[in-house]
Design a protein around this ligand. Structure first.
Ligand SMILES: [Zn+2]
Length: 156
């Protein structure tokens, strides 16, 4: 097993760690203790093991999906995914995101958006979403590639 993980933020050494983390979801907070992952000894950046990252995302998805609306318009979808409207158009165009045209307007079913998010499930995406940061599709691709490399190197 390869244990030399490098911090994506500062290039420092990532040390295996148990992590307690508070996630902010809208005006709610949820604290998860004892997550397994790595912590950067230089800047304190954390990354979670894949299984835990997926668990976190499932929890966040479940909490998000309690927010009443099941059908979103384009702006709401962009806001939900924290991307630009143009990115959502691109995602419709190349078939990554299911969309329904009602008159001139696009409508999105929340379940489809969550399915899309699951397809791109990974720790960095979760971390960024939890921080309320912008995630663009190019970032997701880069993250996905990195994740694949990591999985194929047998580092879990
Ligand atoms: Zn670092």
């Amino acid at each position: 097993m390869n244990s030399s993980k490098v911090c994506l933020e500062c290039g420092g050494k990532m040390i295996p760690a148990r992590i307690d983390k508070t996630f902010h979801i809208g005006d709610k907070e949820i604290e998860i203790r004892g997550l397994s992952g790595f912590k950067c000894e230089r800047c304190g950046e954390v990354s979670y093991n894949i299984q835990d990252a997926k668990m976190i995302q499932n929890i966040i998805n479940a909490l998000n999906s309690n927010n009443e609306v099941d059908v979103l318009n384009l702006e709401e979808t962009a806001e939900f995914l924290r991307v630009s409207n143009q990115t959502v158009y691109n995602m419709i165009k190349d078939g990554r995101l299911k969309a329904h045209k009602v008159g001139r307007e696009w409508r999105f079913v929340k379940g489809d958006i969550l399915a899309y998010m699951n397809a791109y499930s990974n720790e960095s995406f979760v971390a960024m979403a939890a921080k309320g940061g912008k995630v663009d599709v190019d970032d997701l691709k880069a993250i996905q590639n990195e994740l694949k490399e990591r999985e194929s190197s047998g580092d879990k």
